[in-house]
Design a protein around this ligand. Structure first.
Ligand code: FMN
Length: 149
């Protein structure tokens, strides 16, 4: 298979009005979908996809940090099955809750945490995300096996 035939795995993201994750997603140079948009939230991906989520500690008894749009999107079993990895934006100031949403979803779904970064991410974080997603693209295309890049 030629390199140009490799599909780019889409990234579905959630972001609040502060827009840090949105800004990061828009710098990935690949298809990205905003879960704030109802049609996106209600859709089912056509193939493998990656989740990009912030964490928001709410103070409720469960200390639930998963944004509501992410919960809704993940409520469909087929959508959950097609998810191939999770990336998280967080803030180390939240201590034990750092990246709680990303880590919880990865653990519960047995999918890998592909990348964690703080706030809107640095240039290096964006470049790292592009590299990691390219590895995912290549694995999905059957070009590399796990452990290779
Ligand atoms: C009220 C509030 C709660 C937050 N809770 C957490 C948290 O539990 N864990 C964490 O790692 N980051 C936490 N953060 C940091 C955000 O996840 C981080 O800033 C993220 O980049 C926000 O993305 P967004 O601007 O796209 O919504 C919190 C931020 C706010 C304002």
């Amino acid at each position: 298979m030629e390199t140009r035939d490799i599909l780019m795995v889409p990234v579905y993201f959630s972001s609040s009005s502060s827009g840090m994750v949105r800004g990061f997603a828009e710098r990935l140079r690949r298809p990205v979908f905003d879960l704030a948009v109802r049609e996106v939230r209600q859709s089912v991906p056509e193939g493998p996809w990656v989740l990009l989520t912030p964490s928001y500690v709410t103070g409720n008894p469960l200390n639930d940090t998963i944004p509501e749009p992410v919960k809704r999107f993940l409520s469909r079993p087929r959508t959950r099955r097609l998810m191939v990895g999770v990336m998280g934006s967080g803030n180390r100031n939240f201590g034990a809750h750092y990246q709680a949403a990303c880590r919880h979803i990865a653990r519960a779904s047995r999918r890998p945490v592909l990348l964690e970064f703080e706030l809107q991410g640095t240039l290096e974080d964006v470049e790292q995300a592009r590299r990691v997603l390219t590895v995912v693209d290549r694995r999905l295309a059957g070009i590399t096996r796990p452990g290779q890049s």
